[in-house]
Design a protein around this ligand. Structure first.
Ligand code: 6R9
Length: 572
């Protein structure tokens, strides 16, 4: 089936006044940018790559890749050819069909991007995995989703428990000296001869695209299923929140194993015809600053943990690079501590913009963006098209300034459409069939700004006072000795719970009792007596997810001597 390709239009996407924009906005208008407006069919890979390759952006760089000395650049024209070749290799060397599941388990490299987009050209669902996953984590995800194929490398392939995965038929290996057999396919070898033309599978906008497994507070990781239509919101927010324009160089530091690394590390920028940078390898202060200067990064999307690590490294390394290309910086994943915002103002002479969303929301929902004046400490306001409220546990909408559950009106384009294999779990997210309840607690002020308070399950009740661990953690981080902090409620017969802080120290500080008392007093003076941790325990480092969230649940398990549950997303 051939469909006419719509011309790429730049359009007027400048936000004017917030209320005016919200009032004038409709998702239906936003959808007109894509081919289904004409044909009723769509494919996110076509919209992200092919239509730009057929436009004035043909020779524009889509992807810069840097890892040590490996430095490559691919235009939209080249991306189209490489993703077509990948799609042909996948089709010719497997039995994959539309709707089947394929996982990608490898470090960031151009091949990861080619094959991920190539998979979507086939209409096959992609499950991205962090390279740090070990056998148990791989097994949980591949068996739950009955995956038929995986793309990986010779270094990682031994972690796939093939014998226990009866549905797994094909392993595409990307690397050197690969010996093929009934199951193993040498991806690069076949890429050499593969045709660079491919007709994408035309899909419905409700057809699934990505399956992101994410950990809840209990039980096994759950498979959050996204659909084609997510692209509408990914593109719209890329323009409004990331403020990405044709001349920008965009760097999203997230790995595609995390939803940020697909929604904004691939699709948002490419749907917008942008130029993105991917930096392989692990975090390094010097390497990151160098990348910003070398590529002249203008828009930068990262996470509080990374900012805190950069902050911890001090001004020294910063002086070696010219970072003046940066014009817009954003953050996601955890609360953006005021301390980090202050550091950002000093270090980059601009404010870091907070954005709030979740794997389940599929794209940004509450953000500091464009025309919106920023209120310190707030995550911002709902992006146009999103309706957010605070509800109590029965689903009643609460008035401003009352803490409750942050909820979003069902039906936004990027919303998850299913929890794989678990419809009951999916339904349990919604109250009254109308509001998606996020599991975060927050309040909204009288101007409609949202303030994050914590995960619902992390809120501490001590002597009848509600304390958000984030507030305490932020204060702890302001102490010069503290580099990381995690705060939990520890059961206490008298007070219900007491506040316990786990703290990692900057180099050069001795973990003494005097320092504990000094830190306690610091929080007491800075916040409130009831917010000061009664107990402080020093640790070399704290357990974090791959996306940088301190895993309070693990701290709690340590404290209570309980099993820590699913640790597959923990950074090692
Ligand atoms: C994109 C992503 C979702 C949870 C979410 C919340 C926390 C995300 C935040 C934030 C405070 C922000 N979170 N953004 N907390 N301020 N700006 O992170 O997805 O990995 O599914 O995590 O992350 O608790 O509920 P995911």
């Amino acid at each position: 089936m051939e469909f006419k390709t719509l011309p790429v239009v730049q359009g007027d996407y400048q936000l004017r006044d917030y209320d005016e924009t919200v009032a004038a906005f409709s998702w239906a208008d936003a959808e007109k940018q894509f081919s289904w407006h004409e044909s009723g069919k769509v494919n996110i890979a076509h919209e992200a790559v092919d239509r730009h390759a057929e436009s004035y952006r043909k020779n524009k760089v889509a992807l810069y890749y840097k890892d040590g000395n490996r430095k490559e650049a691919y235009t939209y024209y080249q991306m189209k050819r490489m993703t077509n070749k990948s799609a042909n290799v996948l089709r010719n060397h497997s039995t994959l069909e539309r709707g089947d599941r394929l996982f990608i388990f490898m470090p960031r490299s151009p091949e990861l991007y080619f094959s991920l987009i190539g998979t979507l050209k086939l209409g096959v669902i992609v499950g991205p995995l962090f390279e740090a996953f070990m056998e148990g984590a791989i097994f949980d995800r591949l068996s739950d989703s009955e995956a038929k194929a995986i793309i990986t490398t010779p270094e990682l392939v031994d972690r796939i428990p093939v014998d226990k995965l009866p549905h797994l038929k094909t392993i595409f290996l990307i690397g050197e000296n690969i010996v093929e057999d009934g199951m193993i396919v040498d991806f690069n070898k076949h890429m050499k001869n593969a045709s660079h033309s491919f007709q994408v599978e035309w899909m419905d906008k409700e057809d699934p695209t990505l399956l992101h497994y994410t950990s809840g507070s209990t039980g096994k990781p759950k498979g959050v299923l996204h659909v084609q239509e997510a692209m509408v919101q990914q593109l719209q927010t890329t323009r409004w929140v990331l403020d990405l324009n044709d001349e920008d160089i965009f760097w999203c530091t997230a790995d595609p194993g995390w939803v940020t690394g697909t929604a904004y590390g691939i699709f948002g920028p490419m749907l917008a015809g942008g130029t993105m940078l991917v930096v392989g390898g692990r975090f390094s202060t010097e390497g990151w600053y160098e990348a910003i200067e070398e590529y002249g990064v203008t828009v930068w999307y990262s996470a509080p943990t990374a900012f805190r690590m950069l902050m911890g490294a001090g001004e020294g390394p910063m002086k070696n690079n010219d970072l003046s290309s940066l014009r817009h910086i954003l953050s996601v994943g955890e609360p953006l501590n005021p301390e980090v915002i202050r550091w950002g103002m000093d270090a980059f002479k601009q404010r870091i913009h907070d954005t709030w969303w979740m794997t389940e929301t599929g794209a940004q929902t509450i953000c500091n963006f464009g025309c919106l004046p920023i209120k310190p400490g707030s995550m911002g306001k709902p992006v146009p098209g999103i309706e957010a409220v605070i509800v109590d546990d029965q689903g009643n909408i609460l008035p401003p300034n009352q803490m409750g559950n942050l909820a979003i009106k069902k039906g936004w384009p990027a919303m998850m459409r299913q929890i794989w294999n678990n419809p009951e779990k999916y339904d349990s997210y919604f109250v009254n069939g109308e509001w998606y309840v996020s599991g975060d607690s927050a309040y909204m002020d009288e101007d409609g700004y949202f303030f994050f308070q914590g995960r619902v399950d992390d809120v501490i009740m001590t002597s009848g006072e509600r304390v958000g661990p984030f507030e305490v953690e932020s204060k702890l981080l302001e102490h010069p000795a503290v580099v990381e902090a995690g705060v939990i409620g520890k059961p206490d017969p008298v007070r219900g719970e007491i506040i316990k802080a786990f703290v990692a120290l900057h180099e050069g500080y001795e973990p003494t009792d005097e320092l504990k008392e000094e830190i306690r007093q610091f929080v007491k003076k800075g916040l409130a007596a009831h917010s000061a941790p009664r107990e402080i325990e020093f640790k070399d480092s704290l357990p974090k997810t791959r996306s940088g969230k301190i895993m309070r649940r693990v701290l709690k398990a340590w404290e209570l001597d309980l099993p820590a549950g699913d640790l597959s997303t923990m950074e090692v």
